[in-house]
Design a protein around this ligand. Structure first.
Ligand code: AMP
Length: 532
């Protein structure tokens, strides 16, 4: 077990938490340290572009000046609708340098989703993929937005920045927001999780020490830089160890294996489906993955057979499950690699600074071994949702985040996950809150009512199915197209069951999702295909 640096009790956001006593001041200090220790080392690889730490630092300074010249000040929000490109890292650091807050968004979003995040965050500047210009909301739908800047491989954000003026450097402090991430929730209204410097630094130190990461790790990043895992376990963790970050715009197993072997990848964080797809590649064993020492997975359960297969084919690989969420700034629980095979039914042990409780519905801790809702506290737990006291009040109790996940702790303090209290489908790590999809489908004129449930899939863990009670006959494709105009592609139901009768409900009128799940399962078993 790797030693953690000393922890002490501190007060943050009115909560008493155990924090690392020796930690960088802000995310920017990690950049300064990397620039000082390894200025000529490759910091980021983005296709043909390779930037050293010194170059990243220069671009960050240029972009900070550019943002200031656009009128961005400390506390302002800068939205990003960008693929995994070097510009994301540069912009997040540049905004932080002037005390501004980035709002990274997923490029699979549709205009109504983007408009929601822009309006809720009050972003004044949006930097987007040039290729997504047609996917932006109309200007009248986002009144607070003042500037839109398009970037692509020929015109990077720092090339836009023809600004000579020195920026008014803010002095960010660790409790200040670093970014805001919009996550959907069980109310169907996305909430802006406020990620602070302190949260990021805590999670980065916790992961680095538990996983035993060393100076100069080489990592390949196929998970999106708009999600907390990508931001913490890849962008920021790599910065912390002055490592080399190789960005992938989209995950393709063969391409990932080619890059990992060519660049001598030592570490990566992926969702289970990505490991599954890599192992399914016939050429897997022909790639040189001998440098690969550390691999983490999370966001969704990993099949036992995949853990065993990886251990057989990559004996040097230390594999760890990581459990966490946007609200816990990623890792809250990590499985020590030595325990991964033996304890594949569990997700790991809470990090030393993480207080994890298992609570019953009345808010009482349950005895060891029993199941209850997982509540999490610590310096990495977000202080609040942006501008949303109502959502904050219902999700947090005394500094503990109520996860909506059901779990139990064993005598050795290892956490096992069971069901979920929240109505959410985990599609290969991408979370789909049923109510969000149901709201969209319910707004279709032909639809009377709808229920969306998950069904098992061997590759993605779960896929979604919509049961739709309609007024008049309608084709699946029409409903699919209706969703596609309003929802990110992964939220579009994988299957539709169109019904001419009402959905099953209990005596109180509550929709019986269990009955829908059983129907979906029965259909799968009949057709013998769990993957479709
Ligand atoms: P997100 O905010 O998108 O990171 O989603 C967080 C949710 O993902 C958690 O509340 C869990 O339901 C699920 N999750 C996170 N880590 C794991 C894991 N290691 N295994 C299974 N489910 C997980």
């Amino acid at each position: 077990m790797t030693l953690h640096s000393h922890l002490r009790r501190e007060v943050h956001y009115g909560r008493v938490v155990s924090a690392h006593s020796d930690r960088p001041g802000t995310v920017l200090d990690m950049l300064s340290a990397a620039v000082a220790s390894a200025p000529e080392r490759t910091a980021v690889v983005d296709g043909a572009l390779r930037l050293t730490y010194a170059e990243v630092d220069g671009h960050v300074a240029t972009c900070a000046a550019a943002l200031a010249s656009y009128g961005v000040k400390a506390g302002d929000r800068v939205a990003l609708l960008l693929a995994n490109r070097a510009d994301v890292l540069v912009l997040m650091l540049a905004a932080a340098r002037i005390g501004a807050i980035t709002v990274p968004m997923n490029i699979r979003q549709k205009p109504p989703e983007t408009a929601y995040a822009l309006n809720a965050s009050g972003a004044i500047l949006l930097c987007h993929e040039a290729g997504l210009a047609g996917e932006l909301p109309l200007p009248e739908d986002v009144p607070a937005l003042r500037h839109c800047i398009a970037v692509d491989d020929d015109l990077r954000i720092w090339q836009h920045a023809a600004v000579q003026r020195e920026p008014a450097e803010a002095e960010p402090s660790e409790e200040m927001p670093f970014c805001i991430l919009y996550t959907s929730g069980t109310t169907g209204r996305p909430k802006g999780a406020l990620i602070t410097h302190l949260g990021v630094l805590t999670s980065v130190l916790g992961a680095q020490q538990t996983l035993g990461l060393e100076d100069g790790e080489v990592t390949v990043m196929p998970v999106p830089a708009s999600h907390i895992t990508g931001i913490v376990l890849q962008l920021m963790l790599t910065l912390r160890v002055a490592g080399t970050l190789i960005l992938m715009r989209e995950f393709k197993a063969r391409r990932f294996l080619e890059i990992a072997s060519r660049e001598g990848m030592t570490f990566t964080s992926m969702v289970p489906a990505m490991y599954v797809l890599c192992l399914m590649d016939d050429a897997y064993d022909s790639f040189d993955l001998s440098h690969w020492r550390v691999g983490t997975f999370g966001g969704a359960p990993m099949p036992d057979s995949v853990i065993a297969d990886l251990a057989r084919r990559n004996p040097a690989l230390r594999l760890s499950n990581i459990y966490g969420a946007t609200e816990t700034t990623s890792p809250a629980v990590i499985m020590p690699a030595a325990e991964t095979a033996e304890r594949s039914h569990q997700v790991g042990r809470p990090l030393p600074y993480c207080e994890l409780l298992i609570m019953d519905d009345e808010g009482r801790e349950v005895p060891r071994g029993q199941q209850g809702e997982i509540w999490i506290a610590g310096p990495m737990v977000i202080p609040c949702y942006w501008n949303d006291p109502e959502a904050t009040a219902s999700a947090f109790v005394g500094g503990h985040w109520r996860s909506g996940d059901i779990g139990s702790l064993d005598e050795d303090g290892f956490l096992q996950l069971f069901d979920r209290k929240k109505d959410m489908i985990n599609r290969g790590g991408f979370k789909i809150y049923s109510v969000e999809v149901e709201n969209v489908l319910a707004s279709h004129p032909s639809v009377i009512e709808v229920g969306v449930v998950g069904r098992p899939c061997p590759v993605l863990g779960e896929r979604s199915e919509a049961f739709v009670y309609v007024r008049e006959a309608i084709a699946d494709d029409a409903l699919r197209a209706y969703c596609a105009a309003r929802l990110s592609d992964y939220k579009i139901p994988d299957a539709f069951t169109i019904l001419s009768e009402a959905l099953p409900r209990n005596a109180n009128g509550k929709l019986l999702k269990t009955a829908l799940r059983e129907q979906a399962m029965a259909r799968l078993q009949k057709t013998g295909t769990a993957a479709s």
